[in-house]
Design a protein around this ligand. Structure first.
Ligand code: ATP
Length: 234
């Protein structure tokens, strides 16, 4: 059975933090494929300042072009709005029930998964890779998982991971500790609008495509401009 790692997000735009995350997880847990799934209509994020789905998709395609085993999936455009991880995983499962899917989430996101739209059902639709920051308190993580998911039980973590759980549905979550690049899409949008250099934050092919769509990016991101706190490290 193919083991596929899924990374979902708004990717407004994709950056080196996303790419590094996917690569570190793929290597650590030996996945066959990485599938990138941009969110079509986010429930909570960036309602005004979101680049069009087709441009975010094209930027992702440019970012992973030539990478063996990587693909971009536009499934969410064909599903009802707003998008949800629940319906996306359900649709993927009905199209291809034989793939073993593992969805990456940051630690904070994973610990709130039970509060997401149909979160308690979502957890049974895939396995989960939880990306923890360096220095994460593993005991705190384990207590939080056990509180959020009654009936789950700790299992032996795969090599290179810090903890693992099996849920009542039989699905699993694995905690990895990963270095996190200090880059976010919000930081890129802010720097773009200030005319600052982005070379170290995203691949050149992505930057070239953004420049080719400068008018769209300027107009869209300016709608949602927010001021970063003083002292924010770029
Ligand atoms: P924004 O700044 O607009 O909130 P973002 O940079 O967090 O966006 P998303 O598209 O929301 O990007 O993130 C997709 C996934 O990538 C999420 O699981 C998020 O936790 C993870 N991620 C984002 N930035 C990084 C980073 N620098 N290092 C590791 N993971 C990241």
């Amino acid at each position: 059975m193919q083991r596929t790692l899924i990374i979902g997000g708004t990717f407004n735009p994709v950056h080196f933090g996303h790419l590094r995350l996917a690569e570190e997880v793929r290597k650590s847990l030996a996945f066959d494929q990485v599938q990138w799934i941009p969110c079509h209509v986010p429930r909570h994020k960036c309602p005004k300042g979101l680049l069009s789905f087709s441009l975010r998709l094209a930027l992702l395609q440019a970012a992973v072009e030539g990478e063996t085993g990587a693909s971009v999936n536009d499934i969410e455009i064909r599903l009802p709005s707003p998008s949800s991880t629940y319906q996306t995983l359900q649709a993927l499962t009905s199209i291809d029930p034989d793939t073993d899917r593992h969805f990456i989430l940051g630690c904070d996101e994973f610990l709130r998964l039970h509060e997401w739209y149909r979160g308690r059902e979502t957890i049974s639709l895939a396995n989960w890779v939880v990306a923890g920051r360096m220095g994460l308190d593993v005991d705190w993580f384990c207590k939080s998982v056990e509180t959020a998911w009654p009936g789950c039980r700790p299992i032996s973590p795969p090599k290179g991971s810090l903890a693992a759980y099996k849920f009542v549905s039989g699905r699993r979550a694995v905690l990895l500790q990963l270095p996190r690049l200090e880059v976010s899409s919000s930081l890129i949008r802010e720097r773009w609008l200030s005319g600052r250099n982005l070379d170290e934050l995203l691949p050149q092919t992505v930057l070239e495509l953004l420049v080719a769509h400068r008018a769209d990016a300027d107009a869209t991101w300016a709608k949602d401009r927010r001021v970063l706190p003083a002292g924010h490290v770029a």
